[in-house]
Ligand binder design. Structure first.
Ligand SMILES: CC(=O)SCCNC(=O)CCNC(=O)[C@H](O)C(C)(C)COP(=O)(O)OP(=O)(O)OC[C@H]1O[C@@H](n2cnc3c(N)ncnc32)[C@H](O)[C@@H]1OP(=O)(O)O
Length: 468
């Protein structure tokens, strides 16, 4: 009897094990692998996966800690986003659902987190293309056109518009706390969340937020003037002690279909134009992406290129670099332009100090002869500037250290400066020489990267000058 019992217990166990063994464990699917977002201009494009598909920065961030969707077999999510009203319509396709131990992801809630109130059913979505065709035109009717001296403006009789696809393009400035503008912003927000790294909602009730909309205006077949949004920037008015205001760009986005046509630059120049005409303190950007930094550097260097008051200071560095072998100490002492030079550029162009110092290196480079030996001196000069920025080399003895750390972003390198508390010289398990050699190598990498950036910006600025 006991044996039989044991036997039946064994077989029950075996069955259980088999069940467990065969149960399908749900590995989930990364949101970025099954969700596609298409930009569409007309109802004919809805449902087509040949429409323009955007590349979100990180779709996975909206789906739990591991960015995965669980519980669906052969899942595909296609979202069509209207460039007319910025409504969105999702199509969710799958063979079946099942609980493989991780539950079944609530897709509607997750999509709501991204698209919010813009998410609507297909039937309503299709109607919006005709019903809301004047949506943008109506919103911007109370806006102010920003006059801009952009190099892109091709109509010399007016300094506020140029042309894309044969239509006139303008930058309109509005207060975000206006009801209709706040409503439009809530429709643009999904694009911010999807396409701006770290993008988030700004407080539309705060009167210190402006939005700069770059719009294309064209007549439709019934001769109505229809405006389309091509890009936008949200800009905050910060108090600057004691009695001025600085403009800070919170988010800037050019719709992917229009990127690379000079609109980002036109938006930035429009913000500068307002800063100059309203005598703001300066213009800054909140956590700018590398590409935005590059774009700003190109624009600012271009503006500084023919600015006479800073030329003697540039000439002085250039002649110094041409002098032959430089002592690092002299390099250090001639590292930065004087406060007066920085101030005169800020007053005229509203270029912030940190930004100016980046342009300074490009301006010096542009004035050197690349064939000449002084390029070696330029490297020494940049190297001393990098060292001053990041870590005081002499502080090694004082246990200050530069350490390379992994990062979650797609940057090549991230460094942190640490202050050792351990009191010994052998903090990394090696001796002081090894620590210094590692530091030297890491600094060299940074210097090489900085020089590559300078050369890239200088080439772009030089080519734009030739075209201009
Ligand atoms: C604070 C923050 O918001 S950080 C986040 C920034 N935003 C984002 O990352 C969102 C996604 N990215 C974008 O929206 C855009 O790429 C932006 C806003 C950064 C730049 O906008 P774009 O319209 O693409 O920039 P724009 O066209 O003015 O300049 C891009 C390129 O065109 C070039 N360009 C500028 N003007 C012209 C012109 N008239 N003719 C030809 N090329 C031009 C630029 O030099 C640059 O060329 P390169 O990349 O080959 O060197």
């Amino acid at each position: 009897m006991p044996l039989k019992q044991k036997g039946s217990e064994d077989s029950a166990e075996a069955k259980k094990r088999r069940r467990v063994g065969f149960a399908e464990i749900d590995a989930g699917i990364k949101a970025s692998e099954c969700i596609k977002v298409f930009l569409v201009k007309s109802e004919d494009e809805v449902g087509s996966t040949n429409s323009f598909c955007i590349s979100p920065v990180d779709l996975n961030q909206f789906f739990g800690e591991d960015g995965k969707i669980y519980g669906y077999k052969n899942l595909k999510v296609n979202v069509w986003l209207s460039l007319v009203s910025f409504h969105a319509y999702p199509e969710i396709i799958y063979d079946s659902t099942y609980d493989g131990g991780k539950g079944i992801t609530d897709l509607n809630t997750a999509l709501q987190d991204i698209f919010g109130e813009t998410l609507i059913e297909k039937e309503h979505f299709l109607i919006t293309f005709s019903r809301d065709r004047k949506f943008i035109s109506n919103v911007i009717s109370d806006g102010v056109i920003v006059p801009c001296n952009s190099l892109l403006v091709d109509d010399q009789s007016s300094n506020s518009s140029y042309h894309v696809d044969g239509s006139s393009v303008e930058v309109i400035r509005m207060k975000l706390n206006m009801l209709t503008v706040g409503f439009l912003y809530s429709h643009l927000l999904p694009l911010v969340l999807l396409l701006v790294d770290g993008g988030c909602r700004v407080d539309v009730t705060d009167p210190r937020w402006d939005i700069f909309l770059v719009v294309k205006k064209a007549k439709d077949p019934s001769s109505d003037c229809i405006a389309t949004v091509l890009g936008f920037a949200t800009v905050y008015h910060f108090f600057h002690y004691p009695d001025s205001t600085r403009l800070r760009i919170g988010q800037i986005l050019v719709l992917p279909t229009y990127q690379g046509q000079g609109l980002g630059r036109h938006l930035l120049e429009s913000v500068y134009s307002v800063a100059v005409s309203e005598n703001m303190y300066d213009v800054t950007a909140e956590e700018p992406s590398d590409y935005l930094q590059y774009l700003r550097a190109c624009i600012d260097t271009n503006r500084l290129l023919d600015f006479e008051p800073i030329k003697p200071a540039i000439d002085s560095v250039v002649s110094h670099l041409k002098e032959g072998n430089l002592s690092k100490q002299i390099c250090k002492s001639r590292s930065n332009p004087s406060a007066k030079v920085i101030e005169v550029a800020r007053q005229k162009f509203k270029i912030n100090k940190k930004q100016f110092l980046g342009c300074w290196e490009v301006l010096v480079y542009l004035n050197l002869d690349p064939e000449n030996k002084c390029m070696e001196n330029f490297k020494v000069w940049v190297s001393e500037r990098v060292k001053c920025d990041i870590v005081d080399k002499d502080a090694v003895g004082n246990k200050k250290q530069l350490i390379e750390v992994p990062n979650d972003y797609d940057h090549d390198m991230t460094f942190v400066v640490c202050w050792s508390t351990n009191g010994g010289s052998d903090d990394n398990g090696g001796n002081l020489e090894e620590v210094q050699a590692t530091q030297e190598e890491q600094l060299n990498q940074l210097v090489n990267k900085r020089i590559d950036d300078i050369v890239k910006i200088a080439k772009k600025v030089a080519s734009q000058k030739v075209r201009g």
